[in-house]
Design a protein. Structure first.
Length: 201
């Protein structure tokens, strides 16, 4: 029985590299909070864009590549951190959640009715439905991120579950909601442009 290999076209490889690089850049937009070990970063925005624009396969791979680059020693994590030490620290759960977050967002978006087309001639009702479906998918992905991040945060710092929720989610949820709204608007427009240019199908 022949095993099925996951193959990537040249276009897909280029897009994966671009969105891995985007995650690296946005990870460095980081604001440290004195009362929390977790900085506010733009990584959630990067993951949402990668997953929504590239889909579950390429979006997930872009985040795996991002993590592997950091593991081998390049300072790509927030605060220019790198290595396994960054993954074993309090923020490691959030970083490790990115591929799963991307897959969740991509899977939900790809499961939506294909009539919600991203093109210039689509009725406004379908355009609004497309944007809403993206928003719902991103919110679902954010929940995945919080699950991974909160559990690892509590484990690494020996916090109670309620304390981990407050430290890991309470301060960040409003900012992440804003990022998701930004991503849902940007992703729709960028994806439409890439489809028109032939880089996406």
């Amino acid at each position: 029985m022949k095993s099925k290999l996951i193959r990537f076209s040249l276009k897909e490889i280029i897009l994966i590299a671009i969105f891995s690089a985007l995650t690296i850049v946005l990870a460095q937009i980081s604001v440290k909070i004195p009362f929390s070990p977790i900085p506010i970063t733009m990584q959630v925005l990067a993951v949402c864009l990668a997953a929504t624009i590239l889909g579950k396969k390429c979006g997930t791979v872009s985040q795996i590549v991002y993590i592997l680059i950091g593991i081998i020693g390049f300072p790509v994590f927030s605060g220019f951190n790198s290595g396994l030490g960054a993954l074993l620290g309090p923020t490691g759960g959030y970083i490790l959640s990115f591929p799963f977050m991307a897959f969740t967002i991509g899977y939900i978006n790809e499961s939506v009715d294909k009539r919600i087309a991203i093109n210039n001639n689509a009725p406004s009702e379908l355009i609004n439905s497309g944007r809403l479906s993206m928003l719902i998918a991103m919110l679902s992905g954010l929940i995945v991120c919080y699950i991974f991040g909160t559990f690892w945060l509590g484990f690494s710092l020996k916090l109670s579950f309620s304390k981990a929720l407050i430290v890991g989610i309470g301060w960040y949820l409003p900012f992440d909601i804003i990022k998701i709204f930004m991503a849902s608007f940007l992703a729709y427009e960028v994806k439409r442009a890439l489809i028109r240019s032939g880089l996406l199908t």
